[in-house]
Design a protein around this ligand. Structure first.
Ligand SMILES: [Zn+2]
Length: 305
């Protein structure tokens, strides 16, 4: 990576809301007290003047604070447990018109072409759209447009821009690859983040981006081949100094998630931590002396809670 491209990489935006923003709406003493309350469920110094003594050790977690690593671990465990339970009970079940039927109804493919693609899919796996392109029944542009119709989202000409390079390091590579996703453009004034998806617009990914970056994510559809090329290029370029990705698999459950977070928070000197779930991963963003993305994939499904 040359110096020019390295300096062009933008750092992820800082969250807008301070830890005490929610508390600011409360009146007087309650507001002041809530502002300093520790998120640790069993914290002995949850509120009051004693927590002032722990100011240097305080760590921001989500929209609140923890008075130290011990309370951080407990708060992360609680939050991770809730996220994993939500994702287990609310598994995404997209109800969309099948791509092949959509193309057939628009007269873009014939019945025999669809049958051939479905047969190939049954035999070899993969997606119907891929087989239609491989068998010459439809162009990739037609498939991308049809996916856009399926999700009622616009398509984005990814081959015509390199703007996505600026946002490398905003989302861990493991998540991008798992979700077929790519941040494309961020408008700082409106905090809108345009995000490309190849096949499925994952609602959990959009919610995670909102939590982690406090942005307004807007989904669009990009072509498979352009996304693959961007991913290949992205894998070959080291991240900007100060940003690091750590991906761990076979994580046992919320307790281990919390223990790992505590360990990395200590090593990275993290002062600000965010946690979200997307694409079968828990995504932790630790900001301290450097920015560390932790992606943790739980061991089994369903996860023991
Ligand atoms: Zn505490």
């Amino acid at each position: 990576m040359n110096r020019a491209s390295a300096s062009a990489v933008a750092l992820p935006p800082r969250p807008l809301a301070s830890a005490g923003a929610a508390a600011a709406a409360l009146p007087g003493w309650h507001s002041w007290r809530r502002r300093w309350e520790c998120l640790g469920p069993d914290c002995a110094e949850r509120e009051g003047l004693r927590s002032w003594c722990k100011l240097p050790a305080r760590i921001q977690f989500q929209q609140g604070w923890c008075c130290g690593l011990e309370c951080l671990e407990a708060a992360v465990e609680l939050h991770a447990r809730r996220l994993l339970r939500e994702h287990e009970t609310h598994a995404p079940r997209p109800h969309r018109i099948p791509l092949g039927l959509l193309l057939l109804s628009h007269g873009q493919i014939t019945q025999p072409q669809l049958r051939a693609a479905l047969d190939a899919q049954n035999l070899h796996g993969g997606r119907v759209g891929e087989w239609l392109v491989r068998q010459g029944a439809a162009s990739e542009a037609a498939i991308t447009a049809a996916v856009g119709l399926q999700w009622a989202r616009p398509t984005f000409p990814l081959t015509e821009t390199q703007a996505w390079r600026q946002y490398r390091g905003w989302v861990p590579q493991a998540l991008l690859e798992s979700l077929g996703m790519l941040p494309l453009y961020f408008a700082p004034a409106s905090r809108r983040l345009h995000v490309g998806f190849t096949q499925i617009v994952d609602a959990t990914a959009l919610a995670a981006l909102q939590t982690m970056l406090e942005c307004k994510p807007l989904a669009c559809i990009v072509a498979d081949s352009a996304w693959n090329a961007a991913m290949e290029e992205s894998r070959g370029i080291p991240l900007k100094a100060g940003i690091e990705n750590v991906a761990l698999t076979d994580v046992e459950g919320p307790e281990e998630v919390a223990a790992i977070t505590r360990q990395y928070a200590r090593v990275a000197g993290a002062r600000e931590i965010r946690l979200a779930a997307a694409g079968g991963y828990l995504w932790l963003r630790l900001r301290g002396q450097r920015l560390l993305h932790l992606t943790l994939r739980p061991r089994t499904r369903p996860i023991s809670l």
